[in-house]
Design a binder for this molecule. Structure first.
Ligand code: IMP
Length: 435
């Protein structure tokens, strides 16, 4: 039986999943995104070139692959065209790209509505929440409709008229002033004629780039029959899952492993699940963060780890590694192993702390609370470990890491009951320790 693999984020995103996908992709014929949209930002560094991918699976740089944007993803055609244009300029031959016919589109009004209402959560303002809300409310426009001129034009006109009213309601409720309409990107967002013209242009460009449109369930089933292994690339992460994350400070999709069944219409017979955990914690946007460091140590992590959002450029909040979270992610996703990224960022710290539980009043808690208001009251319980000073970026064998670095990784393995098989020691493609 062929064994497929899913890569999921164990924390709040930005764990460096792109690098792990890129590293593993050579063993797979197909790389698939199954949820999220251009709110994601996966960075892959090849030589001196840095690629920030928002919609395209990280396997795109390997020309012998097929990359699939599954039906559970939100497609923003302009972003996809932009990414492909850039990639074609900088890379010779790319992987073949297929987009699901049932994939929902992000329309200009989704971005406008997110811009008005997304402040409390601190969204990426890419229209994610409103687009998934429309999909669930059965108002969404899908890729298959965009490929049919007449149908698309009818649907855009219908939805533009509806959203014009919705935007009026939002503006009134959130007190958007007329002079602010431009800042919110509200001008022209319901101009159906313009939108139809632009979206048609994007789809023609996608076709010219050789993008295929298909039923991803069929595409993946056929690939499996041909004997190809499939790599599922989760975007965002466990704690941002709409159901299992710290609601309401979450994204609107299912980044957990369950999302891949719905997001592709494919049930892998054999699946190995790798959870990617950064060696410390980061979060962008609002919401609780028990092990957050608002001091010099946190600032140091941000600077050394370049912890600024790939999508929005926002500085990320930084803190110690939280094993309550990693164990929770292991349970929710049924993890088989962990890939730890950015261990090098901790180099130079004399001592390291790892959160092993929470204190709530007089009680010690070791399981991640289901209720965000409980989590907000939790205080971290730390174990202190030794740090190391040596540069580890050239190390490729686990046994060659400084003893304290090995102990750090082994501490995580023991606490989570899972092996850590990959350790990232620098941003580059080669800077990885395999075990
Ligand atoms: P949205 O996905 O734009 O609706 O944002 C909802 C929450 O998820 C916000 O806290 C965002 O900062 C966070 N978020 C969304 N995508 C990512 C990501 O790729 N990495 C990290 N955080 C993300």
């Amino acid at each position: 039986m062929l064994k497929h693999t899913a890569i999921v984020g164990t924390q709040w995103g930005d764990e460096g999943k792109g690098k792990i996908v890129d590293h593993l992709a050579k063993k797979f014929g197909v790389v698939v995104r199954y949820q999220g949209g251009p709110n994601a930002g996966h960075t892959v560094v090849v030589g001196k070139e840095k690629f920030a991918l928002h919609l395209i699976p990280s396997g795109i740089l390997q020309s012998d692959k097929m990359c699939v944007i599954g039906d559970g993803v939100l497609l923003h055609p302009e972003t996809l065209v932009g990414e492909l244009t850039d990639l074609h300029k900088r890379v010779g031959k790319l992987a073949r790209l297929v987009v699901g016919l049932k994939t929902q589109l992000i329309m200009p009004w989704h971005i406008a509505l997110d811009g008005i209402a997304g402040g409390k959560v601190g969204t990426t303002k890419r229209g994610i929440g409103p687009a998934y809300a429309d999909a669930t409310a059965r108002r969404g426009i899908r890729v298959m409709e965009a490929l049919d001129k007449k149908r698309f034009s009818v649907r855009v006109k219908e939805e533009a008229a509806w959203n014009k009213k919705m935007i009026g309601v939002y503006e009134k409720h959130f007190g958007v002033k007329p002079k602010e309409r431009k800042d919110y990107g509200l001008i022209g967002v319901t101009d159906a004629t313009k939108i139809i013209r632009e979206y048609r242009r994007y789809f023609s460009q996608l076709k010219r780039f050789g993008v295929g449109f298909a039923d991803t369930s069929e595409t993946l089933t056929k690939a499996e029959k041909r004997g190809q292994r499939i790599l599922f690339e989760g975007a965002q992460a466990t704690l941002l899952d709409i159901t299992h994350g710290d609601y309401p400070f979450v994204t609107s999709s299912h980044p957990t492993v369950g999302g891949l069944f719905i997001g592709t219409g494919f049930r892998p017979r054999e699946l190995s699940v790798i959870g990617v955990a950064k060696a410390y914690s980061t979060r962008v946007g609002n919401g609780p963060f028990p092990s957050e460091l608002t001091n010099k140590i946190g600032e140091g992590m941000r600077e050394r780890g370049h912890e600024y959002g790939t999508t929005t450029g926002r500085p990320r909040r930084c803190g110690w590694l939280d094993l309550v979270i990693i164990r929770y992610a292991a349970r929710i996703n049924g993890l088989d192993e962990i890939a730890m990224t950015k261990l090098d960022v901790l180099t130079g710290l004399k001592t390291l702390k790892v959160c092993v539980g929470y204190r709530l009043g007089g009680r010690k808690i070791t399981e991640y609370p289901a209720d965000v208001t409980v989590l907000e009251r939790c205080r971290p319980v730390y174990r202190t470990l030794r740090g190391w000073n040596e540069d580890i970026s050239k190390v490729r064998r686990f046994s060659e890491l400084p003893r304290a670095a090995r102990e750090y990784v082994q501490f995580v393995e023991k606490a989570c009951g899972l092996p850590v098989k990959l350790v990232g020691v620098g941003p580059g493609r080669q800077e990885i320790v395999t075990r």
